[in-house]
Write a protein that binds this ligand. Structure first.
Ligand SMILES: [Ca+2]
Length: 273
């Protein structure tokens, strides 16, 4: 073998090696692609550099929305605010199965699939160009003006969608480790929603029509659970009907975090970048 061939082979090998190392871990991948990266155990939260568009804070930056998402996850994982994760099994499920990404859809549409393919984690997103980021939204003043929960389309006027996406991430993690925490038809939570619909006290058909029959049962249960969780946090559990109260009791017995503090100020997460 002549010297030229050896050098070429060496170059090929070292290039291959570099590429492998670069996308070796989710952490290094996220650091290479995004502006902000945090982790709680091995559960990653990342955000690009794009500021939120749908917001009532004109000065809101990508750092602001990133930092709030970190605080929300910290609060959800440490309900009694003693600086220690309450439920290690829940955190392990988050780490093993999911990550959270904040960016505009031009980025998330590509990265959701890519990250799943490369690292096998499901990417939950906050699409910060189309979903509202309302940093002042607080449970003490939710501005809820309904006297019953009767449609899947309901959200508070000034709702911060970041709460909803962080909450869905937590319930997705529960869904993956707790057999009685399913969103399928004939599951405990699915039956509550179906019975509520059969009783004509709750409706998903309007949303289903709006989404061109794309609003499937599982998504419906997911959002039903979220609405009930939010109404409870806002202190209005008295407007929930018997099915919805059943859901709330089931969340409580399943260990779903029932509080959320956007101002959580202990450092549970590690800021990686
Ligand atoms: Ca704790």
């Amino acid at each position: 073998m002549n010297r030229g061939r050896i050098i070429i082979m060496f170059l090929v090998l070292s290039c291959t090696d570099k590429t492998t190392t670069k996308i070796d871990t989710l952490e290094s991948y996220l650091k290479s692609k995004f502006t902000h990266v945090a982790k709680i155990d091995d559960f990653y939260i990342a955000a690009g550099n794009n500021p939120p568009i749908e917001t009532n804070d004109a000065d809101a930056s990508s750092r602001d929305i990133f930092q709030m998402s970190v605080r929300l996850f910290e609060s959800l994982l440490d309900q009694n605010e003693d600086g220690i994760v309450d439920d290690t099994a829940l955190l392990k499920s988050l780490s093993a199965n999911l990550m959270f990404l904040i960016d505009h859809t031009v980025i998330t549409d590509i990265e959701e699939e890519k990250i799943q393919e490369l690292f096998g984690v499901y990417v939950m997103t906050m699409k910060s160009n189309i979903w509202p980021y309302m940093p002042n939204f607080h449970y003490s003043n939710c501005g809820i003006e309904i006297s019953e929960l009767n449609t899947s389309l309901w959200r508070p006027e000034t709702y911060n969608a970041l709460w909803e996406e962080c909450f869905h991430t937590i319930t997705e993690a529960q869904n993956r480790i707790q057999s009685n925490f399913s969103f399928d038809s004939n599951s405990i939570l699915g039956n509550y929603m179906q019975n509520d619909i059969d009783n004509n006290s709750y409706d998903i058909s309007e949303q289903n029509a709006l989404e061109d029959d794309g609003y499937d049962f599982n998504t419906g249960v997911n959002e039903y659970v979220h609405q009930i969780w939010l109404i409870n946090i806002c202190g209005l559990q008295n407007i929930l009907n018997e099915y919805q109260m059943g859901v709330l009791m089931h969340l409580e017995s399943s260990g779903t975090p029932l509080m959320i503090n956007k101002d959580y100020n202990l450092e549970l997460a590690e800021i990686v970048k």
